[in-house]
Design a protein around this ligand. Structure first.
Ligand code: FAD
Ligand code: 2HG
Ligand code: ZN
Length: 448
């Protein structure tokens, strides 16, 4: 175990940029880096006894300030809990400590023909424990579903130091309440996740990536519907980049958009087991959408390098916007037909405000849009114009005000826009039951 005064610093530059530019700063004089579940248990028992607040921290890539010590909380980092414990090649279950980096896990399971069921732009930094604790969605949720389905087993240390053992490698286990589900997405407020068992799909033998341009959002919807129907079981990603976001990655990151025109860009990925079959399906789909006119231009990557280049156009939008100035970030779920209306409406709503840009991109295949608004620097007036307007707008469409990033410190006071009072009251009861002294990640997720 080591202790250093580095609570708000980070090894990973993306997370650092996020920290600085989103003004989510905190302070702590103590970072603990346990290596084992027993270490975590002893730390928690000690802190509980002395009523010391603790912030669990993984890769520190979260976007809502959940891993940041707000006052002087002790930071409990999983950086040294990075052991891969087991890989069952037949069932495809990998078991590991919470501090394993997502990309490292993916590389490891790849050697046995498997893939991690989630992928996100922060994969080189985020920890699997952080992913589970935020219930991270990412780029392939359309194909492999959420972590509520892929996590088969979980071990967590509760505030008292008690170890909650929900480890299992079974896909089917209907023995009593599924307690691990409560920990998934609880953002470090109910327990410190120390171990997980995750179901990994077979690594696809054939992958295709296409970038398609559409002239309207109505055309994007037609393309999505057709993609789901014609690519069905091989469709592994359907992502959207609007033209403003595309221009941002070109301008700030000097990436090249291979298409010459389009209001919207769809990044489509197929993953299957037979290259010939997949190409046949993709070609039939592309012919169909071009013929009916919903796609005006398109390209299919030739080889892995081009695939990575196309993916970078989508994965690096958030990074590009950081270069523009301060970014107000909203991560919302909406009925897919309203996916882009929020961006159009926000541009109208912010007319005349000191705003540099209003951007819409994200996981259109899952109805999860990332609305980002940029200003030269943080501007409270702009903030007040956006909030709570944006949350009211989402509630009016029965959406979610946090689709995949969680509530953390930044969004916790808005939980009522997406959850009924009775649900919030029960969350508070669970919190009190599991953490009676309120030491685990206080000021996060639940409102005062
Ligand atoms: P941290 O940021 O360290 O912590 C996040 C929360 O989990 C905090 O509340 C923390 O207290 C808690 N926590 C961390 N570890 C534990 C643990 N072991 N036990 C209990 N609680 C814990 N998110 C998506 O969902 N989809 C995306 O596509 C996506 N893309 C991103 C792209 C970029 C470039 C960046 C910077 C972020 C992106 N994110 C995305 C957000 C972020 O990467 C995810 O939320 C990720 O799951 C956080 O993991 P982490 O290890 O960095 O957790
Ligand atoms: C993504 O999908 C991430 O790129 C980040 O979830 C979104 O920063 C954002 O708004
Ligand atoms: Zn996202």
């Amino acid at each position: 175990m080591s202790s250093r005064s580095e609570a708000i610093t980070c090894e990973f530059c993306i997370a650092l940029q996020v920290r600085v530019l989103y003004c989510i700063t905190g302070a702590s004089s103590l970072v603990l880096k346990p290596k084992t579940t027993d270490d975590v248990s002893r730390i928690m028992a000690h802190c509980d006894k002395r009523h010391l607040a603790v912030v669990p921290q993984g890769g520190n890539t979260g976007l809502v300030g959940g891993s940041v010590p707000v006052f002087d909380e002790v930071v409990l980092s999983t950086a040294l809990m990075n052991k891969i414990l087991d890989l069952d090649e037949i069932s495809g279950v990998v078991t590991c400590q919470a501090g394993c980096i997502l990309e490292t896990l993916d590389d490891h399971v790849a050697e046995r023909g498997l893939a991690m069921p989630l992928d996100l732009g922060a994969k080189a930094s985020c920890h699997i424990g952080g992913n589970v604790s935020t219930s991270a969605g990412g780029l392939r949720l359309i194909r492999y579903g959420s972590l509520h389905g892929s996590v088969l087993g979980l071990e967590a240390v509760l505030a008292s130091g008690e170890v909650l053992d929900c480890m299992s490698g079974m896909r089917k286990d209907n023995t009593g309440y599924d307690l691990k589900q409560l920990l998934i997405g609880s953002e470090g407020t109910l327990g410190v996740v120390t171990k997980v068992a995750i179901l990994c799909p077979s690594r696809p033998a054939a992958v295709n990536v296409a970038l398609l341009a559409c002239n309207s959002f109505a055309d994007v919807l037609k393309t999505l519907q057709k993609g789901k129907a014609m690519l069905s079981e091989i469709l592994s990603a359907f992502e959207l980049i609007d033209s403003a976001s595309m221009m941002a990655v070109e301008k700030y990151l000097h990436l090249r958009n291979p298409l010459s025109s389009g209001e919207f860009y769809c990044l489509i990925e197929t993953s299957g087991s037979h290259a010939g079959h997949d190409e046949e399906k993709l070609t039939a789909f592309l012919d169909s959408v071009m013929e009916e006119g919903s796609v005006c231009d398109g390209t299919v990557a030739q080889g892995i390098t081009q695939q990575k280049d196309l993916w970078a156009l989508r994965e690096r939008v958030a990074e590009a916007l950081l270069r523009e100035g301060y970014t107000y970030k909203y991560d919302v779920s909406l009925p897919t037909r309203h996916f882009y209306d929020i961006v159009v409406d926000m541009r109208r709503h912010l007319a005349g405000a000191a705003v540099l840009g209003c951007y819409g991109y994200g996981h259109v295949g899952d109805g999860n849009v990332h609305l980002n608004v940029t200003t030269r620097q943080y501007d409270a007036d702009v903030g007040h114009r956006i909030e709570p307007y944006v949350f009211e707008w989402v509630r009016g469409r029965h959406g979610s005000i946090s689709a995949e990033h969680g509530l953390g410190f930044k969004k916790r006071d808005f939980i009522h826009y997406s959850k009924a009072a009775s649900a919030v009251a029960w969350m508070k009861r669970f919190k009190t039951l599991m953490d009676p002294n309120g030491i685990l990640n206080p000021y996060k997720t639940l409102p005062e």
